[in-house]
Write a protein of this length. Structure first.
Length: 276
């Protein structure tokens, strides 16, 4: 993959059950056409906890439908954002939850093989944050079991965490696999007050998926350029790492719909042109 520009699923259709960070049941097919009209290369598909079994990612005929629509529109699915694991963490202290989530991950790997997925993003933020040593140890134990399979398939588990650079690198080193990589979220980093220079020095060469949004320090999402994210500084430093993964627009929207997305896409394009 060479620097494809895409969108997080749900950003280009009406809110689903009051959320736009969601798998939009009944509307997901329409989003491919809108993405095509916006000139986007890909959609990062979401697997939610709610209604998971209704998601085409977990159904053979659904996977076929995704492949068909991708071929028809030219908008591919190369990455999956497994938000499922925010509600049911792989490292849950509840053994049943952890076991069930591991089975979901195994099913996603089968889908990844069928769709030629490059990255499955594993969120370890908010309620699935790795806040304690025990949580980290359970996470390492769980992920270590799947490493032989992802290495055989050459599929990345791209970790999104709220860990500062040093403990994040320690986690990556514990897992010790070329297919355990980093999902970098520009907006989340800004909200947490992290230094992108320090982050890139720590694991810039391990980033395989980038989420583009803006947030206020200690606060929520805002339109691109209105928050604390240093886009110019980040992209300037990113060039040194020969990054060739996707840029996934996870930018703010509320009830404004597609127009605010298009404005933000135009705003970010100058930063991305050197990566194409």
């Amino acid at each position: 993959m060479k620097n494809k520009i895409g969108v997080m699923q749900g950003r280009l259709v009406p809110k689903y059950q009051g959320r736009y960070q969601a798998f939009p049941i009944g509307m997901w097919q329409d989003e491919f056409k809108v993405a095509q009209e916006c000139g986007l290369d890909l959609i990062e598909f979401i697997l939610d906890f709610n209604d998971a079994e209704e998601n085409p990612l977990l159904k053979s005929d659904g996977v076929d439908e995704i492949a068909s629509i991708s071929k028809e529109t030219g908008v591919s699915v190369k990455t999956i954002c497994a938000d499922y694991f925010m509600e049911a963490p792989l490292h849950s202290s509840n053994d049943k939850i952890a076991e069930d989530s591991f089975k979901i991950l195994e099913r996603l790997l089968e889908t990844a093989k069928a769709l030629k997925i490059t990255d499955i993003v594993i969120p370890c933020v908010d309620q699935s944050s790795l806040k304690t040593k025990e949580a980290v140890d359970r996470f390492v134990q769980q992920i270590s079991k799947i490493i032989p399979q992802i290495e055989k398939q050459n599929i990345n588990l791209s970790l999104e965490t709220d860990l500062p650079p040093k403990p994040f690198v320690e986690l990556l080193n514990k897992l010790n696999s070329k297919n355990i990589t980093v999902n970098y979220d520009i907006g989340n980093s800004a909200a947490l007050g992290f230094d992108s220079d320090e982050e890139l020095k720590a694991y810039g060469d391990r980033i395989t998926d980038i989420h583009i949004k803006d947030r206020i320090l200690g606060g929520g999402p805002v339109t691109l350029g209105q928050g604390n994210a240093d886009f110019a500084g980040f992209f300037n430093k990113l060039r040194k790492f020969e990054y060739d993964g996707p840029f996934v627009m996870q930018a703010y929207r509320d009830d404004e719909g597609v127009e605010i997305f298009k404005k933000q896409l135009s705003w970010i394009q100058p930063y991305l042109k050197d990566f194409k």
